[in-house]
Design a protein around this ligand. Structure first.
Ligand code: NAD
Ligand code: WQD
Length: 338
């Protein structure tokens, strides 16, 4: 059996997926240019699985290096995580996002076509749904006009993959993640945001660890149960497992169509205030926070209908939000030496 290429395999979701793939007996090769990750992640992966995956420090924007990689490596499937993901930065530097998220995808698909690699998994996002008309969100919900260049790259990427599947032998699955949180139970790998975190949970854990003065909660005047926004927070270890199942679906030719899309969430919506309360409970820490104004571009309420992922993909979450928060806190404490 050939190797599985995991692009962005040293990143947050990628590293957890590499662990899950190796634990399933699959041979992994990673491309990651360390743009948003550290080489030490390889140590964490090796400690958990006993296997140090081969890593190439290649920038996927470098077409020549990408071509060379595929000439030298026999690959049976690709899981493509590598991308830039900061929504605000994408508004300031859209071309950086179009180059890093679109060019890289095109180069990879060109190589897949050249080397007849048919199995391709793509990291998409619930951001493609924008503010949904109906909750929970099914995969049939309309893709709304993107609210940021980042969101647009996910929509365009899905269209590029869909078109490629129509006219080549490529078989692909886009996985639309809701809000991934948490860390591996071993505390060997987890989320390592560079600079000030944009996302809620790393901001909470850094505040509790004393790195940030206080958490700002962006709005408590929405039309939700407690006025704060609702999201579907999924444990990153559950999310990682879904990639193994999706890849096996393609490798086993069990897919029903050349291009398929699945929501990856828990199906439960939690408010920001509920997340804070749950964090305080599992950590035993009192969190310093204040309510501030709404954050521009925030959608009010988003959570997944997971019926298709459960019944068609054959995957479901095993872990609770509390477990995810506890693991995120333990990881933060370990990283900060607390
Ligand atoms: P991450 O930044 O932790 O991981 C991405 C990895 O890709 C990093 O290690 C980075 O160094 C690498 N990378 C980026 N550009 C590269 C390039 N040109 N060449 C080689 N390597 C490159 O991000 P993540 O949270 O693990 O997200 C993984 C994927 O999932 C991304 O495509 C992201 O858009 C998508 N996604 C993430 C979330 C989330 O909330 N974390 C939600 C939905 C979708
Ligand atoms: C969650 C909730 C905030 C920080 C982003 C991307 C999206 C997707 C997932 C990749 C919201 C509130 C947050 C803080 C807060 N990524 N919050 N104080 O907004 O659902 O989505 O990550 O595809 O594209 O936009 O996630 O973690 O930023 O916010 O009150 O300091 O927490 O308003 O309601 P979000 P998030």
């Amino acid at each position: 059996m050939g190797k599985v290429l995991v692009t962005g395999g040293l990143g947050y979701i990628g590293s957890h997926t590499v662990v899950a793939l190796q634990q399933e007996g699959l041979e992994v090769v990673i491309i990651d240019n360390l743009y948003n990750s550290e080489l030490s992640v390889l140590d964490g992966i090796e400690t958990i699985t006993g296997i140090r995956p081969v890593h190439y420090n290649i920038d996927l924007r470098n077409k020549i290096e990408v071509t060379r990689f595929f000439e030298n490596n026999e690959v049976e499937g690709v899981i493509h995580f590598a991308a830039s993901k900061a929504v605000g930065e994408s508004v300031e530097s859209p071309l950086l996002y179009y180059e890093n998220n679109i060019n890289t995808l095109v180069y990879l698909l060109q190589e897949c076509s050249k080397h007849e690699i048919t199995n391709f998994i793509f990291s998409s996002s619930c951001t493609v749904y924008g503010e949904p008309d109906v909750l929970p969100i099914t995969e049939d919900a309309p893709v709304k006009s993107a609210m940021s260049p980042y969101g647009n790259t996910k929509q365009i990427s899905e269209e590029i993959i869909f078109d490629t599947c129509k006219s080549t032998i490529l078989q692909a699955i886009s996985l639309r993640y809701f809000n991934p949180i948490g860390a591996h139970d071993s505390q060997e790998i987890g989320e390592l945001p560079k600079g000030s975190p944009q996302n809620l949970v790393p901001f909470i854990t850094q505040t509790a660890a004393g790195l940030r003065k206080e958490l700002s909660i962006f709005g408590d005047d929405y039309g939700t149960k407690d006025g704060s926004c609702i999201r579907d927070y999924i444990h990153v270890v559950d999310l990682a497992e879904a990639h193994v199942v999706a890849l096996q679906r393609l490798m086993g030719k069990k897919n029903l169509m050349p291009y398929e899309v699945f929501n990856l969430g828990t199906g439960r919506g939690s408010s920001v205030l509920e997340v804070v309360a749950a964090f305080e409970k599992v950590s035993g820490e009192k969190l310093n926070y204040k309510i501030v104004g709404r954050r521009s571009g925030d959608v009010v309420s988003v959570y997944a209908d997971t019926t298709k992922a459960n019944n068609v993909l054959g995957w479901q979450t095993q872990k609770t939000m509390e477990e995810a928060l506890e693991s995120a806190w333990k990881w933060e404490q370990k990283v900060r030496g607390l």
